[in-house]
Design a protein around this ligand. Structure first.
Ligand SMILES: C[S@@+](CC[C@H](N)C(=O)[O-])C[C@H]1O[C@@H](n2cnc3c(N)ncnc32)[C@H](O)[C@@H]1O
Length: 234
């Protein structure tokens, strides 16, 4: 797809490509899978003072295969990609963000945590991963950038998934997660499941209809809450 840049907001927002707000770096610590993770965060980047609760639910839900190729789309300072790299030590992770300050922080945070199986690229949407496919796309996407941008990202998602690939998407009601759940079911996913709920957030898992049904069932495991809707005929 063509590069879709987020609209420049009147006041600086976390999805600004080049934040101008003065830097105020601080260290943040959180536990992931029993290990302490120490990161640097900064103003002008999403979750600049604490791990976002939606992101926390997403990383708790992450269940990559051991050698999966994973994309953290809109990585911010790198929480999801860092967790994914830890969860799939034999796999590889790509982190991308349009916000250059976020990209620098994510790189620094990978280095600090001695993560060798991950790489950070700057750019909007799927532009930095043109022609590449992933087993898992995990994202806490930029809801504030608007529905048009989000739908463009979701519409392009299947082009970047392997035949058995899937999307993990976190969001809450006020961010329109119910709308996106329906949209995914209607537009590209034969199955959309709610993998986790908490604090008003839900983590959706969506698999494009092109993935073989048996494979999808096998990977989905035992039935959980399923948000299925009949496909629209038009
Ligand atoms: C809700 S934040 C999530 C950040 C991080 N994954 C986390 O969970 O803490 C969404 C991120 O998407 C980035 N973003 C905004 N528009 C984007 C675009 N068009 N392409 C890629 N990333 C974008 C923002 O800069 C922001 O870092």
């Amino acid at each position: 797809m063509d590069e879709i840049l987020p609209p420049e907001p009147p006041a600086e927002h976390y999805f600004t490509a080049r934040p101008r707000s003065p830097s105020r770096r601080r260290e943040l610590r959180f536990l992931y899978r029993g290990a302490l993770v120490t990161v640097v965060v900064d103003r002008g980047v999403f979750a600049s003072s604490a791990l976002d609760p939606g992101t926390a639910l997403l990383i708790e839900t992450l269940d990559p295969g051991p050698t999966d190729r994973i994309l953290d789309l809109g990585c911010g300072w790198g929480a999801v990609g860092l967790a994914a790299a830890r969860a799939a030590p034999g796999g590889s992770v790509l982190l991308t963000d349009v916000n250059r300050r976020a990209v620098y922080l994510a790189r620094e945070n990978l280095r600090r945590n001695r993560i060798a199986n991950a790489e950070v690229r700057a750019g909007a949407g799927f532009v930095p991963v043109r022609g590449e496919r992933f087993d898992l796309i995990a994202t806490n996407p930029p809801y504030h950038a608007g529905r048009e941008l989000l739908l463009a990202l979701l519409a392009e998602g299947p082009e970047h998934l392997t035949p058995t690939g899937r999307l993990l998407l976190v969001g809450k009601g006020s961010q329109g997660i119910h709308f996106y759940q329906r949209w995914l079911t209607d537009h590209w996913a034969a199955t959309v499941e709610v993998r986790a709920r908490g604090g008003g957030y839900r983590v959706l898992e969506a698999r494009p209809a092109s993935a073989p049904v048996d494979e999808r069932k096998a990977r989905a495991g035992p039935p959980r809450t399923v948000g299925r809707r009949p496909r629209r005929s038009a």
